[in-house]
Design a protein around this ligand. Structure first.
Ligand code: IMP
Length: 200
């Protein structure tokens, strides 16, 4: 029997990644739009965890299934972890990702440390009154001085993954998923679900 879970995103890439990993275990993953629901709360918190919880809780109040939500970002160490939680909003404020790459590089001028990481935090909520559970993943690397390749999304074209030994803008989805922050967090969630299933 399939166990149903709702994922708080309508992003097709994310949905595919969660499904690829969890469907073989018997989990049926719905997006909000699959079941005719809209949920887009403001991400006003100061941590990835809290933002993931805000998204999970808002959706959980609308659906009869356990819910998964995640929040992620790029952290540049020499910039104190910026843009971090503001990754998406920073790109918007620059006028798009290519301009954001340039602005990050401008802020890094003269700095030797170009190390950075993507971070992902997943929140799993059994129901809206349940205690949230969190699963995190980190993808270490450094910022390239120039965008390289156009694969992936967001900051991928200026990110070199040290574990993949590759520029994320040049790798296919399968390679990125083998090393990404999100896939590492999902792998932890998978272990939890394999052990605990879902009480629904
Ligand atoms: P969200 O967790 O989907 O809200 O993503 C936040 C933002 O972080 C994205 O819009 C991107 O700017 C950045 N980001 C998160 N994960 C990745 C990734 O895997 N590659 C590139 N950028 C990412």
């Amino acid at each position: 029997m399939n166990i149903e879970i709702c994922l708080a995103t309508n992003n097709k890439g994310k949905l595919r990644e969660y499904r690829e990993i969890l469907a073989p275990m018997g989990f049926l993953i719905y997006s909000p739009s699959d079941i005719g629901i809209e949920s887009d709360p403001e991400e006003t918190a100061e941590t990835y965890r809290e933002n993931a919880y805000i998204k999970a809780l808002a959706l959980s109040k609308k659906v009869p299934y356990p819910v998964i939500a995640d929040d992620s970002g790029l952290e540049v160490n020499a910039l104190g972890g910026f843009p971090g939680l503001f990754s998406s909003r920073f790109a918007d404020s620059c006028g798009g990702y290519p301009a954001a790459y340039e602005e990050l590089n401008r802020r890094l001028e003269g700095k030797e440390d170009r190390s950075a990481q993507f971070r992902c935090c997943i929140c799993y909520l059994e129901n809206s009154a349940a205690k949230p559970l969190y699963f995190e993943g980190i993808c270490p690397g450094y910022l390239l001085e120039k965008a390289h390749g156009s694969n992936g999304f967001g900051y991928d074209p200026i990110f070199h993954s040290t574990e993949a030994n590759a520029d994320f803008g040049t790798v296919d989805e399968e390679t990125k998923n083998a090393f990404s922050h999100r896939s590492k967090a999902i792998a932890k969630l998978k272990i939890f679900l394999a052990i605990n299933g879902s009480s629904k």
